[in-house]
Design a protein around this ligand. Sequence first.
Ligand code: ECP
Ligand code: MG
Ligand code: MG
Ligand code: MG
Length: 750
Amino acid sequence: MSLKFSNALFFCRKKPHFKNSCFSESLHTALGRVTSTKHVSVLCFEERRERIAKLIHEPELSISTYDTAWVAMVPSPNSSHEPYFPDCVNWLLENQCQNGSWARPHHHRLLQKDVLSSTLACILALKKWGVGEEQITRGKQFIELNFGSATEDHQFSPVGFEVIFPSMLEYARDLSLDLNLEPTIFNNFIRTKNLELKRCNESQIVEMEAHMAYLSEGMGNLKDLKSVMKYQRKNGSLFNSPSTTAAVSIFHHNAKCLDYLQSALEKFGNAVPTIYPLKIYTQLRTIDNLQQLGISRYFRKEIESVLNEIYSCWLQGDEEIFMDGSTCFLAFKILRMNGYDVTSDWITKLIEEESFPDSLDGSPRNINRILESYKASEIIFPNEAAFEKQNLRLKDLLEQELSSNSDRLIVQEVCSPNFGSKDFYFMSVEDFNECQNLHREELKELERWVIENRLDELKFARSKSAYCYFSAAATLFSPDLSDARMSWAKNGVLTTVVDDFFDVGGSVDELKNLIQLVEEWDVNASTECSSQNVQIIFSALKSTISEIGDKAFIRQERSVTKHIIKIWLDLLNSMLKETEWARERTVITMDEYMSNAYISFALGPIVLPALYLIGPKVSEEMVHHSEYHNLFQLMSTCGRLLNDIRGYERELKDGKLSAVSLYIINNGGDITEETAVEEIKRWTEGLRRELHTLVLDGKNSVLPRACKDLFWYMSTILHLFYFKDDGFSSQELIKVVNQIIYNPIVLKES
Ligand SMILES: C=C1CC[C@@H]2C(C)(C)CCC[C@@]2(C)[C@@H]1CC/C(C)=C/COP(=O)(O)OP(=O)(O)O
Ligand SMILES: [Mg+2]
Ligand SMILES: [Mg+2]
Ligand SMILES: [Mg+2]
């Protein structure tokens, strides 16, 4: 396996089907045509689900007329006057469009160069075998009429267009096809081609040889066959490209090339796609899309079985994965995210050797490629120093690229129904709206609960029900997780109230009184509370904890209420300690501070009770296991540090300690606030990775993955809220949150 192959191949999508444009185009038509329906019929959902499930197992690839035309040009080894694949020639005869071109249905309007190129290849093939006179005439007319597009800059250029298209024009001239083109335009094309070839020949870029081999159709009679054939793969192809493999077969008989073409034709029925095989890549992209669209939960079984297959290909070093950078990066990312044990050695080497030159056909550096490898490199485990170095390099590169070419993010994609299918849009839009309906109801219920529990009367406290609810619904969105969502959200509201009670609203006596009440639990709130505020808070705590305990009992078949009370007590005591330290101005070390502060950040009551409500049984043994504690501590420490970075200035004024001020004191006061913040950010980043590793570890784990995910979800929410400043205390995010909860996605009436 040579790394150069993979490097080269990425640049080499000869048929530029532009993913994002195809995507939005089909979304556009989809949204345009469909009437919104309130009640999605179960039947319709099931049919759609089945169709998508089929695409996961057997991805479809679109036919490329361009590649099919080149395959049709391959002569028989026995007679150079006969095609080796006559059925393929017939396919061309039967598949011309009304307008005389050989475009594919619904092609993008900026793909005219591709249409011209395909049409020219088709008439070359027919002329070569002396068939289809009428088709040739109509094809010629189409080319002559639309030739202007070939020189238009705003039209997307297929990779190698400057070389291949002029070569085909020359070939047409040799076959006396007599295209009626202006001589100056023709000559300009030839001049550009020669300049381009000169540039390629003189280039120092390592990938250039492979790039030129990939453009074999444009290289006349292939003088340097050896430098092309060294790229032949085990399956007989060159770069898995039917057109390149066919171009080579025209000048050079090679049984393995022919076998490859034969197998592609058999698979697709007398025509070929632009890359074959591409099964693994397409499957991975499909799974990635489903996960990002939020509908992967309907395909758990299918995804698991396909990933198991792909994992065994990975272990066997399958060429389909390792010879193509895009596939390799994606496979690594998805396998690792789904708990498979994959090492980063190969990926690290791949990125290391990747020089990311300005791309081979002269356009700026391939930003998509950088993005793909960056996404893979984001999933670093703590002991992967080399990988981490590459991750930082890629991050820099991406930032550079984005600041200079913000409009460059065009995802070139081989067109496959797996990516354009409307089933994906409808299913995800309908699913989103259904979940959103429920979420709206739940938020209303939460707001009612706040009033019923008189929490709105506590004037010292921040009122944040929408944020708290959103933080649950954003990650735990599926309808069956309603109990977990409500528990998360209610505890979020309660911890905010309690935090403000300890930090600003309550006296020492009140705080101690509250703790004592929770410790005793079965008390008469109306007589034993020292103030109305304490009474309100204690009653709300008691009824909420009891309610969650009852729900958890049904699912867990054992009582966990005591555990939930304990979680709350740990929080209350840590908060009390903080207020005492602040009041007595106690000098403490960073370690002392952190061992308390991760608990006082209040994620315990939000995340831990929710674990009992998401489905799996969570045994006492699991709860006492170090894994459970490590997950909690990593998540909470991350959160505490993020909060302290954003809040230390305010807290310093209030006489409160924070990780930032302690860090400065620890360093003898010799460092600036900015340095301290930078250092703490790096520390947080390390913890975040450790947390991710623990969550993804599928091998040495006692907690079910679904439970571990909750810790990771909270970490992502925290990063969202504390990304810029203290987004939880400010109102900056409220617009977005409201939009997500209140604005359905509307499918336009036709
Ligand atoms: C406990 C909290 C409620 C839920 C909330 C969501 C909505 C998830 C968004 C991220 C923050 C958080 C987890 C929030 C965090 C803890 C909390 C009570 C913060 C209050 O801010 P602050 O006074 O700076 O806390 P502290 O006094 O420094 O502990
Ligand atoms: Mg506090
Ligand atoms: Mg506070
Ligand atoms: Mg704070």
